[in-house]
Structures are given as C-alpha cells and as structure tokens.
Write a protein that binds this ligand. Structure first.
Ligand SMILES: Nc1ncnc2c1ncn2[C@@H]1O[C@H](COP(=O)(O)OP(=O)(O)O)[C@@H](O)[C@H]1O
Ligand SMILES: [Mg+2]
Length: 245
C-alpha cells in the first residue's frame, strides 16, 4: 500500500534551493519502508527522530529532498481523482482545527476539498460516535476526546484509504486513549483502511499495530512483528522495551 525508497529530507537543502553544496543534516536519512494493505504499521521514535517530518512527506505536505514514495503504486505527486490518497490526524487537536469554525464546517471542508461523496457531515460524525447535535458546536465546547473524534471524522471525509495517525492519542488521558484506539480499530475493519500509527509510546503502539518500525535519528533501525517484540535488538529499541516492562 505504501512503498518508500531511499527517502531523504533535509530542511536546510530544501530552503537553499540554489545552493550547490549540500549542507545541514538529513532529518530523514535513507529511509525505506513498506506497509502492507489493511495493516496497521507503527512508527516508534523519540521526540525529534523525524516522525512528523515523515508523516508530512507521506501526506504530501512536504516535498522530500530525494527518494521515491508510492501509495498503491502511484507516486503521491501525481494527482488522482475521487479523494485524497492519505488522511492525517495530528497530536495537537486544538491547533489542527480552526477555532472559529463549527464542527460542521470543519468536516465539511474535507467534503468540499475532495468533492461530495456518499456521506453527509452528520453521517461522518455518527461513524466516530458523535450525534448530530455536535454539528453546531465550536471546538472550545468539546472535550479533547470529542475534538479528536471530529478530527478523525474530518480525515475519513477525505475518503482516504490510508490514515496517518501522528501521535493521535498521545495528548489524551489513558481512558480516552483507549476509547479512541478502539474506535480507530473498528473504523479500520469497517472501511478496510491502512494505518500508519506514529508515536513515541511503545505501549499504545503494541495495542494498535501489527508491525512495528523503530525510527532512530531519521532511519528505520529495526522492524518486527508486534508478537515478536522480545526479538528487538537495537539499543534504542531495547531501552523502550525495558521502559514498559
Ligand atoms: N520546518 C522545519 N524546519 C527545520 N527543521 C525542522 C522543521 N520541522 C522539524 N524540523 C527538525 O527536524 C527534526 C525532526 O522533527 P520532527 O519530524 O518534528 O520529529 P518528531 O515528530 O519525531 O518529534 C527536529 O530536529 C526538528 O527540529
Ligand atoms: Mg512529532
């Protein structure tokens, strides 16, 4: 579903477009990743390891310095009709919505962006467990969990088959984290989606994911099936394991 080859991102080089000499460090460095259709792949890494940079590249918000990135065999820079190829849910739900827009307007924006599909705003809200009464509420009138549900509805409304969840549950309390993860699992089954679950938290990743990829300083240093966590060898991966044990 997702195929990434030799991806490099260097913010300095992106800025210095006309500079011949390569400068600065690669934030993403020769990264290779394959995500199978219908699975939930975890990207685990500490703060600053390049997780959000990777997410931005995959959803087309940021152009990589080099490398190739395909979703369902198509390079993400060739536009397809009938919806976006990826949707994204961010960690910071308060800053990822416009505070002056109602819930209805927030979800409607996606519907307008990709063209009207099969569902209405209230149907998208229903999918994430919010009744139609929430339509006219403003972001500040919602709890963190409710607002993150709105963000998930907004991502669903893009009709994307791949959902990037960048620390999507990290700012929520433990109980709400569990609720949102259960919801994500149900949606994934129902709409046959592929997830990239990006987090610094190995515990939530083991709950959500089928496969884990350890991101360390912009490289995937190790990958393993979630049932074989004990086989992780990279020192950073061992450190994460010990922290949760
Ligand atoms: N727009 C930007 N311009 C320059 N450097 C950036 C930018 N965004 C992120 N970085 C740098 O890239 C590195 C990785 O950041 P990020 O991808 O946000 O990591 P993570 O999400 O894993 O915490 C950090 O060192 C950060 O300072
Ligand atoms: Mg981040």
């Amino acid at each position: 579903m997702i195929s990434i080859k030799e991806l490099e991102v260097n913010y300095e080089n992106n800025r210095r477009f006309f500079c011949r000499k390569r400068q600065g460090q690669n934030v993403i460095d020769n990264l290779n990743l394959k995500v199978e259709k219908g699975t939930c792949a975890g990207i685990i890494g500490e703060s600053g390891s390049g997780k959000s940079t990777l997410a931005k590249v995959i959803c087309g918000l940021l152009r990589p310095t080099s490398g190739s990135l395909k979703i369902e065999g198509t390079s993400i820079y060739s536009k397809k009709k009938g919806g976006l190829s990826t949707g994204i849910v961010f960690q910071d739900y308060t800053s990822s919505v416009n505070p002056r827009m109602s819930v209805k307007e927030i979800v409607e924006e996606s519907i307008i962006a990709v063209g009207r599909g099969d569902h209405t705003v209230s149907e998208y809200l229903e999918m994430v467990g919010l009744d139609a009464g929430f339509m006219y509420r403003m972001p500040h009138e919602l709890s963190g969990g409710q607002l993150q549900r709105v963000c998930i509805a907004r991502a669903l409304a893009t009709r994307a088959r791949v959902l990037l969840l960048d620390e999507a549950v990290s700012s929520l309390d433990a109980h709400t984290q569990l609720e949102i993860m259960e919801l994500l699992k149900v949606l994934k089954r129902k709409y046959d989606m592929t997830y990239l679950f990006i987090t610094h938290d190995l515990l939530t990743a083991t709950f959500m994911c089928d496969v884990l990829h350890i991101l360390y300083r912009g490289k995937i240093v190790e990958s393993c099936d979630v049932s074989r966590l004990s086989e992780l060898r990279h020192p950073y991966a061992r450190q994460l394991m010990e922290a949760i044990l």
